[in-house]
Write a protein that binds this ligand. Structure first.
Ligand SMILES: [Zn+2]
Length: 276
């Protein structure tokens, strides 16, 4: 298939009636993620929303010339080994039952890339295939390791050094107090990335967030430009959704949250029903 702006616009238009996600911000971002591949800016994209109309999307994309791949989850094993535990406990932890949200759908355009996607095992493999900045992938996998180490440590402290008890506690989703920096616990970079780089598909690292001349900043400006070229209303919808999401706060009533959610759904409906 021929990649470029014309294909990207066509793909955007013919997938407008397909639901990508029940959460409007994710839905609009997924539309943009797909067209980055159609435009030739990225070699692959992955979609993991439970509401995605997977079969409808696959049918349309295969017809255009895309290659699609379904997988149980984006990656199957951690990128960095846990430190400071007996191997037996690490094995139990890694074998734990982790329900994935839903099967995921990968999209690409070449056989070479399809083979790379098939070989994805860890989150750092996935980050490479999705062309996320290496600095952000590295920080992310280090944070995941820190959270997992802290979790396993707390769990062992709580149930004792007994493999059967550790297994049972993991199975029963026992909750423990984590000893990790607040910024990591709150997932602060997700929110900051949404505000600062609303057009990227990864979580930016601290270094990217503190520099306007970073890999994340560059990607953000390329993807924002693409959104503008595809449909300025898509770019505007992403900005509007960010500003509504910013009004979601802890301690709001269900009615307040529902009102903000319905504003977001409205923004998406107006975008997708508009003729460009
Ligand atoms: Zn970075």
């Amino acid at each position: 298939m021929e990649l470029g702006l014309n294909t990207a616009i066509r793909v955007y238009q013919i997938t407008k009636s397909i639901l990508f996600s029940g959460f409007p911000f994710e839905d609009c971002k997924d539309r943009l993620a797909l067209v980055t591949v159609a435009a030739g800016l990225r070699k692959a994209a992955v979609f993991d929303s439970p509401e995605l109309e997977t079969e409808r999307l696959r049918t349309v994309l295969i017809d255009v010339g895309f290659i699609t791949l379904r997988a149980k989850k984006i990656w199957v094993r951690p990128s960095l080994p846990l430190r400071g535990f007996k191997q037996q406990y690490v094995d139990i932890f890694e074998a734990r039952h982790q329900p994935s949200r839903t099967p995921v759908l990968w999209v690409t355009t070449t056989k070479t890339e399809k083979d790379k996607i098939s070989a994805v095992e860890s989150s750092s493999d996935a980050g490479r295939v999705l062309q996320y900045p290496a600095c952000c992938v590295r920080e992310n996998i280090e944070e995941i390791r820190l959270v997992n180490e802290s979790f396993l440590k707390a769990l062992i402290k709580q149930v004792g050094e007994n493999p059967q008890k550790i297994k049972a506690a993991l199975k029963n989703n026992v909750s423990v107090e984590l000893d990790i920096p607040d910024s990591i616990a709150r997932g602060g970079n997700v929110e900051l990335t949404n505000k600062q780089y609303p057009f990227v598909f990864h979580v930016a690292c601290n270094s990217c967030l503190s520099s306007s001349d970073s890999p994340s900043a560059t990607l953000n400006s390329h993807y924002q430009q693409l959104a503008t070229d595809i449909d300025p209303k898509l770019r505007d919808a992403i900005f509007k959704l960010i500003s509504v999401m910013d009004q979601l706060k802890d301690g709001q009533t269900d009615a307040e949250r529902a009102a903000l959610m319905s504003q977001m759904i409205d923004i998406r409906s107006r975008l997708l029903s508009s003729v460009s």
